[in-house]
Design a binder for this molecule. Structure first.
Ligand code: COA
Length: 328
């Protein structure tokens, strides 16, 4: 949806990961794998793992406070809070309502969106629409604790995911920050990557425990799909908006370093990568990468940033924005 007179721009970002880490060496003591295989096939060296007290909304509240501070926006000046998550600790209340209570944003209305690893871009789309239709300040959080759903006997999925949260404050602005957003879904491919209730029960010390949920993934087709989306979407926007590669930062969902490398090859430019430190943090991933790009000066005021993500559904989304900086 476009509204000629009301634009949205991101004016603050933040992120939070849990304290506990899980290295490739740790994993190689749990399943038949090794550091060399994981690094060469995924680029991942480390990931952060939620403790029993961490939830998408508890991590999200930290990230939100950091983003609000950078944006110089008070919680009570927020009109809406949107959380992209597919792993909240309960179907209701929403993670967004939990974050509202944690940060004290009593004037905001709150809701969650679910698009798995594409969540940050889907959330960006609805946050952008909120601004276009009259809201002034909107908080977007992308947060997931995927490792709660991991089967740690499945070596092809347990090496990939980590937990975390990211946040962005969008504000109404006279000049476009968010320039364009494209979304897509293909539900016919839903079986490729899904959350299932594991049929196995677990017996421990004479008791039988409820089955654990887990993630089932067909890695190869998902890898091919993600690579195609990333390359094609970048080329489409570079061509449509005649983007200057010297002032363009590509901020991709961190799914696999091989996807990022394939895009680098085709585009002849290096997308941002932090997958070695965080693994795939699902809906948090693009926002963490964006925050780091801003903090490290990889994105400078006036530059364009291209965000792209893909995930279960299948879903995908990409966005072009101009980085207008944070308030002085
Ligand atoms: N350690 C060692 N060997 C492993 C392994 C591990 N952690 N995981 C799988 N293997 C083995 C397989 O069993 C297979 O062995 P086989 O040839 O004897 O059958 C071999 O390695 C190759 O497996 P394959 O699945 O073809 O590897 P791959 O190159 O496709 O890499 C993924 C596997 C999961 C890393 C890769 O497919 C991937 O990253 N896919 C996309 C994941 C993703 O992005 N998901 C989220 C989307 S948002």
């Amino acid at each position: 949806m476009k509204n000629e007179s009301r634009f949205a721009t991101i004016i603050g970002t933040g992120f939070k990961v849990p304290e506990q880490t899980l290295s490739n060496e740790d994993l190689s003591r749990m399943v038949e794998t090794d550091n060399e295989w994981i690094v060469s096939r995924t680029g991942i060296r480390n990931r952060y793992i939620a403790s029993k007290d961490d939830t998408p909304w508890s991590l999200g509240a930290y990230a939100a406070k950091m983003a609000l501070e950078a944006a110089k926006v008070r919680p009570n000046d927020l009109d809406a809070i949107i959380v992209a998550t597919c792993t909240n600790d309960a179907p209701f209340p929403s993670a967004a309502c939990r974050i509202q209570a944690s940060i004290g944003a009593s004037t905001a209305y709150c809701y969650d969106v679910s698009a798995a690893c594409s969540g940050f871009i889907y959330g960006l789309h609805v946050a952008n629409m909120e601004i276009a239709t009259g809201r002034k300040n909107v908080l977007l959080v992308g947060a997931d604790t995927m490792t709660r759903n991991i089967d740690y006997t499945d070596r092809s999925t347990c090496i990939i995911f980590g937990d975390g949260a990211s946040a962005a404050v969008l504000q109404e602005s006279p000049q476009p920050g968010i320039i364009d957003i494209s979304l897509g879904s293909d539900g016919t491919q839903a079986e490729l990557l899904k959350h299932v209730q594991d049929p196995r029960t677990r017996a421990f010390e004479g008791k039988t425990y409820a089955p654990l949920p887990s993630i089932k993934m067909e890695g190869r087709p998902v890898l091919r799909f993600a690579t195609r989306v990333m390359v094609d979407s970048c080329l489409e926007y570079i061509d449509r908006y005649k983007l200057d590669k010297n002032h363009l930062c590509i901020v991709p969902h961190q799914a696999n370093q091989r996807i990022i490398d394939a895009a680098a090859d085709k585009l002849q430019m290096q997308p941002y990568s932090n997958i070695d430190r965080f693994g795939n943090t699902s809906a948090a991933s693009c926002g963490i990468a964006l925050h780091e790009c801003v903090q490290k000066g990889v994105i400078k005021n006036g530059d364009h940033a291209f965000l792209v993500a893909m995930g279960a559904g299948l879903t995908w989304g990409y966005a072009l924005m101009r980085w207008n900086g944070t308030p002085e």
